[in-house]
Design a protein around this ligand. Structure first.
Ligand code: PLP
Length: 425
């Protein structure tokens, strides 16, 4: 399906211009599309034909970029969303609604945790959180008859735990449900979860994929392997008629390869409208074209900084899976052989106050609610992204009060070390 290596797909995947057509992905800045007859437009509304009629559902620029990410992940269908959060929400809500249950890794992005534990709980979807390092017995014990999905992050933000994707996929498939993996931090350059048994991959494209802090976005990719019809009783939304499309059954009409993304597009995007703008998709695509080059350098710089921090007397501990004494070193070797990502977390000696003082003294590395950017930045999760959590939840999420999350960028690595050294002095 993908004749070219991943580096080539970063540059040329998704959009293949015809003779005399624009070389760069064109920005189709149009909300609507013209048709010769009501009848031909009507066929699109019935999902009898593929085509564009309103950019809330689909737009050619966004589809070209989604197709590139689909090719990078090795999936069969993909869609862009307005943000990573909408991708996370749609990916779960597409198959788990009121009265359903989801098994979820406890070390996930704070925003996703809040969505699951608070907002989706109000919508009647219940989550059981399990530590990613749990035993298979503990994992299997978390399932209920109404469990519809399993969810985790390849590399958790900000805990940096590495998910044993095969273990989670085995448990999910043993209970007849798909595994959804948030692959934001690893990116498909460093890990392709679909190859390890995940069924659906989500991204905050706001992070490394864009890479330049210029456009919010998200993406959902379906691996096309999960057999919805084999578990039709669990997934009525995909396996029974949708009256809003004249009784069409997604899993029959679009098969394993297309049912999930088609349903998410024509139901969730239609009704909730969290679409990405063509301008943002264009910027995302520019980022994707250098993703493979950037990820390699992010990992090199982060490895050097992690080793520097580990040897620094003011540093209590360093968490980076590229360090041989890290708990996730072996899992990272297996799932992330090219490197993990540019994000490191560490504890400054002296607790919360020392961490905050260190950050205030940084000159080159900026304090920003952002991560996975070409420019280095850092944040104190306990007082920002994770401040809604109580102490027990913070511990479960792997976030201690002295934890600093450093996103190592693409600057000269010695300049970064000098900045850290002066701020610790
Ligand atoms: C940032 C992030 C999200 C949310 O993405 P937004 O684009 O900010 O909405 C989801 N998952 C992970 C792992 C993230 O880092």
């Amino acid at each position: 399906m993908n004749p070219y290596q991943i580096e080539t797909r970063c540059l040329q995947g998704g959009y293949v211009p015809g003779n005399g057509e624009p070389r760069a992905v064109p920005i189709i800045q149009s909300t609507t599309f013209r048709y010769d007859s009501s009848e031909s437009l009507g066929r699109l509304f019935d999902l009898e034909e593929n085509g564009y009629f309103y950019s809330r559902l689909q737009n050619p620029t966004c589809d070209n970029v989604a197709a590139k990410i689909c090719a990078l992940e090795g999936g069969t269908a993909a869609m862009l969303t307005s943000s990573g959060m909408s991708a996370v929400f749609f990916s779960v809500f597409n198959i788990a609604t009121c009265g359903d249950h989801v098994v979820c890794s406890s070390t996930i992005y704070g925003g996703s945790f809040n969505l699951f534990a608070v907002t989706m709980k109000k919508m009647g979807v219940e989550f059981t959180f399990v530590h990613p390092d749990c035993t298979e017995e503990e994992l299997n014990a978390a399932f209920r008859p109404n469990t519809k999905a399993v969810y985790g992050e390849t590399i958790a933000n900000p805990a940096l735990t590495v998910l044993d994707i095969e273990k989670f996929a085995r448990a999910a498939h043993g209970h007849g449900v798909p595994l959804i993996v948030d692959n934001t931090f690893a990116t498909p350059i460093n890990c392709q979860p679909l190859r390890w048994g995940a069924d659906i991959v989500v991204h905050s494209t706001t992070k490394y994929m864009d890479g330049h802090a210029s456009a919010l976005g998200g993406c959902i990719v379906d691996g096309g392997n999960f057999d919805w019809m084999a578990h039709a009783d669990k997934f009525p939304g995909l396996c029974t008629p949708d009256e809003s499309y004249h009784g069409l059954v997604y899993a029959e009409k679009f098969g394993k390869e297309g049912a999930y993304i088609t349903k998410a597009t024509v139901q969730l995007m239609r009704d909730l409208g969290a679409c990405q703008s063509p301008q943002s998709a264009y910027l995302l695509n520019v980022g994707l074209e250098s993703l493979h080059v950037r990820m390699e350098r992010h990992c090199q710089n982060a490895q050097a900084i992690a080793e520097f921090l580990q040897n620094h007397p003011q540093i209590e501990w360093v968490n980076y899976s590229g360090l041989p004494d890290n708990k996730y070193y072996d899992l990272a070797k297996k799932y992330l052989p090219k490197g993990s990502c540019g994000v490191i977390s560490f504890g400054v000696k002296g607790g919360r106050a020392a961490a905050e003082g260190f950050m205030d003294r940084l000159k080159l590395i900026t304090i920003a609610t952002h991560v996975a950017d070409a420019r280095s930045c850092c944040i104190h999760p306990a007082s920002t992204t994770h401040r809604q959590m109580n102490d027990a939840e913070l511990v479960a999420a792997g976030v201690s009060p002295e934890l600093v999350r450093l996103s190592v960028g693409l600057e000269n690595v010695q300049d970064l070390m000098d900045d850290i050294a002066q701020a610790l002095a």
